[in-house]
Structures are given as C-alpha cells and as structure tokens.
Design a protein around this ligand. Structure first.
Ligand code: SF4
Ligand code: SF4
Length: 166
C-alpha cells in the first residue's frame, strides 16, 4: 500500500501511465503523484497546459498525453520528484528515461549508474546519456538514462555514487 510502503501499486500506475500507443510517438511525461497534498508547481510549469488539477490544489495532477511534448520542464519543478519523462522512440531496443535526482555526487555523461525500481531494487547498470544540472535556486537535476525498452516503466531512480566508466 502506497501510504505505508511509499511504493505505488500496479493499479496506481495504470491510472497515470501514458498508453503504449502514445509512447510509440515520442517522449512523454508520467506523473507518479498519488497523494492528495496541496501542491501544483507542475501545473504552472507546463507551457503546453498539458497538466491540470481541477479547482482543488489537493487533487492529483492529470497529464493530457496528447498535449505533452516530453520537454521535461515539469520534472525539474516538482518538489516531490514524482515526474518522469519516458522516450521509447530513443533506440531500436532502448528507451530514454529522464528522472529527477538531488543527491551528490552526480554521475557524468557517459558513465554507468545502477538503475533502481520504485522499491529501490537494483535493475542493472545503465548508461547516463546526459545530466542536466539544476540552477542555484533549483537543485533538481535531470538524469537521462538509456535503458532496455522493456524496463522503461520500471527504472525510476539511480543509486547515488559508485558510478562506473563502462
Ligand atoms: S513534459 Fe513538458 S509538455 Fe509534458 S507535461 Fe511536462 S512541462 Fe508539460
Ligand atoms: S509538482 Fe509534483 S508533487 Fe506537486 S502536484 Fe505536481 S506532480 Fe505532484
């Protein structure tokens, strides 16, 4: 149960997951935000107006996957580190997962980091394609990770430190 474990259930995920058909078209955001808390910077961050919340700031955000371009701005503005960008068009067998990260040290592009699932379990070493550093006022960095396509909906974090060069 999410409230006691911090891990969303399959049912939770099905409710926020971009459909497979949409994922075939290019990068798209997925907000894994399931608790009713007063928070909405993601809504304001999206210039495409793809994220809505209704009139109650406690509601969970909803993403219109047809409007979303996968730009990743919302990912950097979410204090809950709950938004991910998935690009299943990245390679023939690989996908690019962009995930928020606030630990130091950061990996460098070209290094390999241990990818973790939502439960913190290790999934393997994956190549860091790019690191987009946050600003002085926003220390949410974006890690762009190349993963096997079948793990695009599984890899949601990296283990901090211990990065490998290959
Ligand atoms: S990735 Fe960009 S377009 Fe998509 S919801 Fe986030 S801010 Fe909006
Ligand atoms: S900014 Fe993040 S934590 Fe806040 S409502 Fe949006 S997705 Fe949820």
């Amino acid at each position: 149960m999410l409230i006691s474990t911090g891990i969303p259930t399959e049912e939770d995920l099905q409710g926020v997951m971009p459909p497979a058909q949409r994922r075939k078209l290019g990068p798209v955001a997925m907000a894994e935000c399931f608790q009713k808390i007063p928070c909405n910077p993601c809504v304001a961050a999206c210039r495409q107006k793809a994220i809505t919340m209704g009139n109650d700031i406690n509601e969970c955000p909803k993403i219109d996957f047809d409007l979303c371009t996968g730009c990743g701005v919302c990912l950097t503005k979410c204090p809950g580190l709950a938004i991910f960008i998935i690009d299943e068009t990245y390679g023939a067998d690989t996908a690019l997962v962009k995930l928020p990260f606030e630990y130091l040290p950061l990996p460098q592009a070209g290094q390999y980091a241990m990818g973790l699932n939502r439960a913190g379990e290790e999934l393997g070493w994956f190549k860091v394609v790019q690191v987009i550093k946050g600003s002085a006022r926003n220390l949410t960095h974006t890690i762009c990770l190349e993963v096997p396509k079948e793990l695009s909906m599984e890899v949601r974090n990296i283990r901090e430190g211990g990065y490998r060069d290959e």
